[in-house]
Design a protein around this ligand. Structure first.
Ligand SMILES: *Cc1c(COP(=O)(O)O)cnc(C)c1O
Length: 391
């Protein structure tokens, strides 16, 4: 069997070690220190987000966003449906009520029409969480206009979309609060980590306070609120500073991978690549494809074919409304509230439904998008996939 070809894994450049060495040399091996502050400043400069708090994970950033917006028991929060569970899990940490919004086909992200339908039943949600799937930015103009009309704060889950832009602005800078992730498979990584950003310094200050155990200003350990241990360490931030220097380069390589797949499958009418937002420059974090029903080839067949050659792929995120743990939660599509949608049998034996998210999930897969993949690796992957379609 050939060498392992990855979906997306860390790409280090050596500069990370310079910042880590500095941390060791100055004994700043602590959840505090010059790298943390510098990483926050450098991220603010890159994203133009105003203020930032470096944290232990993107999920921690989302959790603190809940606290900053005062989301609590029985509050309603609207969330993107077709996403990773981390987008919405923090809502449940605070015992608020999750309502899922279907995707649209143009970007695979939250459908503004479905969002409007959700407002008809729930006019006063406490927040709307919008994720940018696979680095493609959602239709932010439409979504922000609807949320503004209702006075709802927006949390932007840009975990997958760092460096993507929309109408000249960085993903993560549109919401009242934005979050990024530096998990191992993201476009840049710190091994694990995250950041909460906002134009409103009150939020990032509050996040810092809560992330460091919510200590009151007192000469002893006094607490008026429950806090967390969510701060990023100075060593981890050093990796982030080194990685940030290469973010644009990573983006260019990701975009090139997408373009290569797009070109390679252009003559197969049953195959479509995941959409990019024409109003910006997406980072193409993961390249994905969907296969039309008219083809005898299924996503599972492609995944099995590549797995046999030691090549990693991944299914599309399974929509939240189809998750057993969220079986009781409300779900809205562009047609309105959905209960017991017509089930559709997927090729792996499970059943989905006719929502847009369910449809993308049933027909799609994520392709190897690691920036260290060589031209030979790409040729091998593309050749194997084309062969499945008899090309
Ligand atoms: C990775 C990811 C997260 C969570 O980030 P962590 O740093 O792993 O906690 C949240 N949302 C989305 C969409 C993600 O892909």
């Amino acid at each position: 069997m050939g060498k392992r070809i990855f979906l997306a894994c860390p790409t280090m450049h050596g500069e990370e070690q310079r910042f880590i060495k500095e941390a060791f040399d100055t004994n700043w091996v602590a959840p505090l220190g010059p790298n943390v502050t510098a990483f926050e400043e450098e991220m603010c400069a890159y994203t133009d987000c105003g203020h930032a708090t470096a944290l232990s994970a993107g999920t921690a950033a989302l959790h603190l966003a809940m606290r900053c917006l005062g989301i609590g028991q029985d509050d309603v929060v609207f969330s993107t449906d077709l996403t990773f569970a981390a987008t919405c899990n923090p809502v449940t940490y605070e015992k608020a009520k999750l309502v899922f919004i279907d995707s649209e086909r143009d970007t695979w992200n939250m459908d503004p029409e479905a969002l409007k339908k959700a407002y008809e039943k729930y006019p006063n949600p406490k927040a709307v969480i919008v994720a940018h799937l696979y680095g493609t930015v959602a239709k932010m103009d439409e979504i922000l206009a609807i949320c503004k009309e209702h006075g709802t704060p927006v949390i932007e889950d840009a975990a997958e979309a760092l460096s993507s832009t929309y109408k000249g602005k960085q993903a993560g800078s549109f919401g009242d609060i934005g979050i990024y992730s530096f998990n191992g498979n993201k476009i840049i990584t710190t091994s694990g980590g995250g950041m909460m950003v906002s134009a409103n310094e009150e939020y990032t200050k509050k996040a810092l306070f809560l992330a460091t155990q919510a200590r009151d200003q007192a000469p002893y350990y006094q607490h008026s609120e429950i806090g967390f241990n969510y701060r990023m360490s100075n060593v981890v931030a050093g990796i982030g500073r080194g990685q940030l220097l290469h973010l644009d380069e990573h983006k260019a390589l990701k975009v090139a991978i997408y373009k290569q797949y797009e070109k390679a499958f252009a003559d197969i009418p049953e195959v479509k690549m995941n959409p990019l937002n024409p109003d910006g420059e997406d980072n193409c974090w993961l390249s994905c494809m969907t296969i039309a029903d008219s083809s005898a080839v299924t996503p599972t067949m492609i995944m099995d074919t590549l797995a046999a050659e030691n090549i990693e792929t991944r299914p599309i995120w399974k929509p939240m409304h189809l998750q057993p743990v969220f079986a009781e939660n409300d779900f809205f599509t562009a047609k309105g509230e959905q209960k017991n949608m017509a089930p559709v049998k997927g090729d792996n034996g499970d059943t989905w439904d006719e929502s847009v998210g369910g449809d993308i999930f049933r027909h799609g897969l994520c392709l190897p998008s690691d920036i260290k993949n060589t031209p030979e690796d790409m040729e091998l992957i593309i050749g194997l996939i084309r062969k499945c379609f008899g090309r």
